[in-house]
Design a protein around this ligand. Structure first.
Ligand SMILES: *[C@@H]1O[C@H](CO)[C@@H](O)[C@H](O)[C@H]1NC(C)=O
Ligand SMILES: *[C@@H]1O[C@H](CO)[C@@H](O)[C@H](O)[C@H]1NC(C)=O
Ligand SMILES: *[C@@H]1O[C@H](CO)[C@@H](O)[C@H](O)[C@H]1NC(C)=O
Length: 413
């Protein structure tokens, strides 16, 4: 809790600086820098000045007297916030100055996300951060990937059964719903939206007073489960190969030690409109891949999460037919007991022209002039235990009807 003095200063400053509140307080958010790369075949990969911002709901909302504007059951206090304008007068969002405390550290182009954080008394508390890629202008970095590819390296070796490290794309407002009443916007992780249409306290940065769901295009381009670090390349192919063409297929490649490895996905490495339609009978009605392609043309926000699942123990990801884990070992009570330091590491995130973001030594027939090497540190297939998966769920959701158990996580506040 801030000492009395600084709270007085915060109120005074807020009073003159901001016409209305529910706006940032005087504690400026400190975003961890995360270098990413934009690539062309001719020019190689160029470092981008980017950082990560934690979701809006992880921030503290408080009154000018430092009382909480949220209730113990995670809702917004309806006395303080009966409507948007009154809420904006009464409540402020506090800048996050300690991402380590939220389980997030970065170094150069490497992002580490912890499920739990260690407290000063030695116990662990749930952190489960969700982050978005932020540009240097305080808005989300909008990735327009039609006719392009997205590549990243991931180390999941410290994720036990039941833990999900996710990197995916969501269509969100570039400003995070910045408005008169919410001047923080993307700088404070505002505007989250996904294809599960969660009913959230906030909707595109504004108070959600009528419990409306909020739906957006989403592409789960990297929910992965493996014990070995590897690089995932996702190529968004259009009918004419250009950024303005229609999205017709998505190709996924995996590299380890700079060499392409075969996918274990039963559907193979490429997802086409036809496959999309046969996997989901409602897909065609919603425009199938082409609809996702339209979202990609508008630009989507890169999202990172680490989480577990107290209800389903993440069985859909790694148990039964889906992986080597038994049905109960994903219970978070067991995870915090046995693997309190569980974490995922994402690094070397690159996007650009197809063939520009990776180079592979073997077998692909892909020639690239990219300067972006892969940074894999392991491993031999023989180190994998029986049943270890090196698959990613290649699920493209374009509609509100998509219902992955995974996404219940995002319905919470
Ligand atoms: C809402 O905020 C008011 C003013 O701070 C407080 O008196 C009340 O107890 C809060 N209500 C809930 C449900 O937290
Ligand atoms: C940040 O949070 C961590 C973990 O809760 C804590 O150990 C550390 O002291 C905090 N750092 C600052 C500067 O407050
Ligand atoms: C979200 O908020 C922004 C900023 O206020 C606005 O420009 C945009 O139209 C909104 N988007 C939707 C889908 O409501």
């Amino acid at each position: 809790m801030a000492p009395k003095l600084s709270s007085v200063i915060a109120v005074a400053l807020a009073g003159c600086r901001l016409a209305t509140a529910q706006n940032p307080d005087d504690t400026a958010e400190v975003h961890p820098k995360l270098t990413t790369y934009q690539c062309t075949k001719a020019g190689g990969c160029v470092a981008q000045d980017t950082s990560v911002v934690i979701d809006w709901n992880y921030h503290w909302f408080h009154t000018a007297d430092w009382l909480s504007c949220t209730t113990s059951d995670g809702k917004v206090n309806s006395t303080l916030c009966p409507d948007e304008a009154t809420c904006a007068k009464n409540c402020f969002v506090q800048g996050d100055t300690n991402y380590t405390g939220n389980g997030v550290t970065t170094s150069g182009d490497t992002l580490t996300m912890y499920q739990y954080t260690k407290q000063s008394d030695g116990t662990y508390q749930n952190a489960s951060p969700r982050l978005y890629l932020l540009g240097s202008d305080g808005n989300y970095k909008m990735l327009q990937l039609n006719g392009k590819e997205l590549t990243f390296t991931v180390d999941l070796s410290q994720l036990p059964c039941g833990e999900n490290g996710a990197l995916y794309l969501g269509e969100m407002d570039k400003t995070g719903g910045r408005s008169e009443y919410n001047q923080g916007g993307a700088n404070y992780g505002g505007g989250y939206c996904d294809a599960q249409c969660p009913v959230q306290n906030w909707k595109n940065g504004t108070l959600n007073t009528n419990a409306a769901g909020y739906c957006c295009n989403e592409m789960d381009s990297g929910t992965v489960d493996t014990t070995k670090p590897f690089t995932i390349v996702t190529q968004f192919n259009t009918n004419d190969g250009t950024a303005t063409g229609t999205l017709t297929s998505i190709t996924r490649k995996y590299l380890q030690n700079g060499v392409l490895v075969a996918s274990a996905n039963s559907g193979g490495d490429t997802l086409t409109t036809e496959m999309c339609n046969s996997l989901d009978s409602t897909a065609a009605a919603f425009g199938s891949l082409a609809t996702s392609g339209q979202a990609l043309a508008r630009g989507m926000v890169l999202t990172f999460a680490v989480w577990n699942d107290a209800t389903g123990y993440m069985n859909w990801l790694d148990s039964g037919n889906n992986g080597p884990c038994d049905a109960t070992e994903g219970n978070p009570t067991l995870i915090i007991e046995n693997n309190p330091t569980t974490h995922v590491v994402f690094s070397n995130i690159r996007w650009g022209e197809i063939g520009s973001t990776f180079s592979s030594g073997g077998g692909s027939g892909t020639t690239t002039t990219s300067k972006a090497g892969t940074t894999l540190t392991t491993s031999k297939a023989s180190t994998a235990t029986a049943g270890t998966k090196t698959t990613a769920t290649t699920k493209v959701t374009t509609t509100s009807s998509a219902a992955t158990p995974a996404q219940t996580h995002f319905g919470r506040e």
